[in-house]
Design a protein around this ligand. Structure first.
Ligand SMILES: C=CC1=C(C)c2cc3[nH]c(cc4nc(cc5[nH]c(cc1n2)c(C)c5CCC(=O)O)C(CCC(=O)O)=C4C)c(C)c3C=C
Ligand SMILES: [Fe+2]
Ligand SMILES: [Fe+2]
Length: 365
C-alpha cells in the first residue's frame, strides 16, 4: 500500500544526528519578466496570511485583474535592480548570509548546515527542508530574516514549515525564531551601518527609518509588527544618541486601497522637502537584505520624489546584507536558539554504533 508520507532517507545508526538552520526570506521571481513574476505574485498574493480578504471575493480580483496587469509593471521594476551575474538582490544576499552564517558558526566550533529558503518561489522551504533531512539533519532551527514579527511574514514561513511537516513520517525537532527586533547585536549592526555611511558621506538633517507597511487593521487585530518596528527604531535612535526630532519612523510599500500603517514613507519625504529639510538619510531597518522594496522603491523612487519636491540631497543607507556585525549578530541569535542541541564536530556521533556498523560491513577496525 502506498504511504501518504514522503519516503524517508534510509536510517543509519552510525550517522551523526546533525543540526541545521533554515534561513528564510520572502521570495522573489526567477527572472525580471512578466512570465516569471506572475506565478510568484500568484503564490504570494494567494497566501491568506498576506491578503486576508475571503477567497470568494479575493480570487476574481487577484486572477481577473491584478495578475493580468501587475506582473508586467513589477517586472519592469525588478529589471532595474536585477544583477547581471547574481540575479535577484534578495536571493543573492540571503544565499550569501547563509554561507557566511555557516562559516562563522563553524569558526565558533558549531558544525551546522545552513540552507537559504524562500517563502514564495525558489528555493522553496519544502525543498530546502528535504535537502537538510537528506543530509542527516534531525534538528532544525527556523530562522526568518524578519527581525519584527508579523502574521503576514513570520507566521507564513511557519505555515510552510508545518505544511511540510505534515508530509513527513519522521519529523525533525523544530525550533522557531519569532523575532529579534530588540536584539542588541542587530541594533548594533544597524548602528554601525549608519555610522559608517555618515563617516563617508557626512550627516543629514534627519534620519528616516522606513519599514515595510502592513494593513492598519492587522494592528488592531493584535499583530505586534507596528510596536516591534517602533521599538527597533527607538533602540536604534538611543544607540545613535538621536533626539526625537532627529529621526522619523515611516512605513512603505502600501498595496491596495485599504489604510496601511502610517505615516507613509514617500508622502512624508515630500512633506519634509516642502517644509525645508535639505538632506535626508534613509535606512530600512526591517529589511535585512536589499531587495526591490529598498533598491527601487526607496533608493530610486523615493529619492526622485524628495528631490522633485525641493530636497537637496537624499542618502540611501544600504541594508545589513553581508556586513560583519550583522553576520555576528545572526550567529549569536542562532546560538541562543540552538542551546542544548549538540552542534560540535564529533560530540553527537554514536561512536559505538559506528564501530558496530563498520564491523558488520567488514571494514578494517
Ligand atoms: C499585499 C500585501 C503585502 C503585505 C501585507 C506585505 C508585507 C510584507 N512584505 C515584506 C517584505 C517584502 N515584500 C516584498 C515585495 C512585495 N510585497 C508585496 C505585498 C505585500 N507585502 C508585493 C506585491 C511585493 C512584490 C513586488 C511588487 O509587485 O511590488 C519584498 C521584495 C521581494 C524581492 O524580490 O525583492 C520584500 C522583502 C515584509 C517585511 C512585510 C511585512 C512586515
Ligand atoms: Fe511586501
Ligand atoms: Fe514596493
Amino acid at each position: 500500500m502506498p504511504s501518504r508520507f514522503a519516503p524517508e532517507p534510509s536510517f543509519r545508526h552510525d550517522q551523526s544526528a546533525r543540526t541545521g538552520i533554515l534561513l528564510c526570506n520572502l521570495g522573489t521571481p526567477a527572472a525580471p519578466t512578466a512570465a516569471a513574476v506572475r506565478p510568484y505574485l500568484a503564490e504570494f498574493l494567494g497566501d491568506d496570511r498576506v491578503v486576508e480578504i475571503p477567497k470568494l471575493a479575493w480570487w476574481p480580483i487577484l486572477h481577473g485583474i491584478i495578475l493580468r496587469t501587475r506582473p508586467a509593471k513589477s517586472a519592469a521594476k525588478y529589471a532595474t535592480v536585477w544583477h547581471e551575474k547574481d540575479g535577484s538582490p534578495l536571493l543573492h544576499w540571503t544565499t550569501r548570509q547563509a554561507t557566511l552564517l555557516r562559516g562563522w558558526l563553524g569558526e565558533r566550533g558549531h558544525n551546522v548546515l545552513v540552507q537559504p529558503a524562500m517563502r514564495y518561489g525558489t528555493p522553496s522551504i519544502a525543498a530546502q527542508l528535504d535537502a537538510l533531512k537528506k543530509d542527516g539533519v534531525t534538528r532544525i532551527l527556523i530562522l526568518p530574516l524578519y527581525p519584527q514579527y508579523s502574521g503576514t511574514t513570520t507566521a507564513s514561513v511557519f505555515d510552510a514549515v508545518y505544511d511540510w511537516a505534515r508530509t513527513q513520517r519522521h519529523i525533525p525537532e523544530l525550533r522557531f525564531v519569532n523575532r529579534y527586533h530588540d536584539d542588541a547585536g542587530y541594533i548594533e549592526a544597524l548602528a554601525q551601518r549608519i555610522e559608517a555611511h555618515w563617516r563617508g558621506h557626512g550627516r543629514g538633517d534627519k534620519l528616516v527609518m522606513s519599514f515595510h507597511g502592513v494593513p492598519e487593521r492587522t494592528l488592531h487585530l493584535g499583530d505586534p509588527y507596528h510596536c516591534e518596528s517602533h521599538k527597533t527604531a527607538r533602540l536604534l535612535a538611543e544607540r545613535l544618541k538621536l533626539a526625537t526630532d532627529q529621526y522619523l519612523v515611516t512605513f512603505q510599500s502600501r498595496f491596495g486601497k485599504a489604510k496601511w500603517l502610517e505615516p507613509y514613507t514617500e508622502p512624508s519625504l515630500i512633506a519634509m522637502a516642502q517644509a525645508g529639510t535639505r538632506r535626508v538619510d534613509v535606512v530600512c531597518p526591517g529589511f535585512t537584505s536589499d531587495c526591490l522594496e529598498t533598491l527601487e522603491e526607496i533608493k530610486q523612487e523615493a529619492r526622485e520624489a524628495f528631490l522633485h519636491a525641493g530636497g537637496q540631497q537624499f542618502e540611501y543607507i544600504d541594508c545589513l546584507n553581508d556586513s560583519a556585525p550583522w553576520i555576528t549578530a545572526l550567529s549569536d541569535i542562532a546560538q541562543q536558539h540552538m542551546q542544548g542541541w549538540p552542534t560540535g564536530r564529533e560530540d553527537d556521533v554514536d561512536l559505538k554504533a559506528r564501530a558496530q556498523h563498520a564491523k558488520a560491513a567488514g571494514a578494517p577496525q
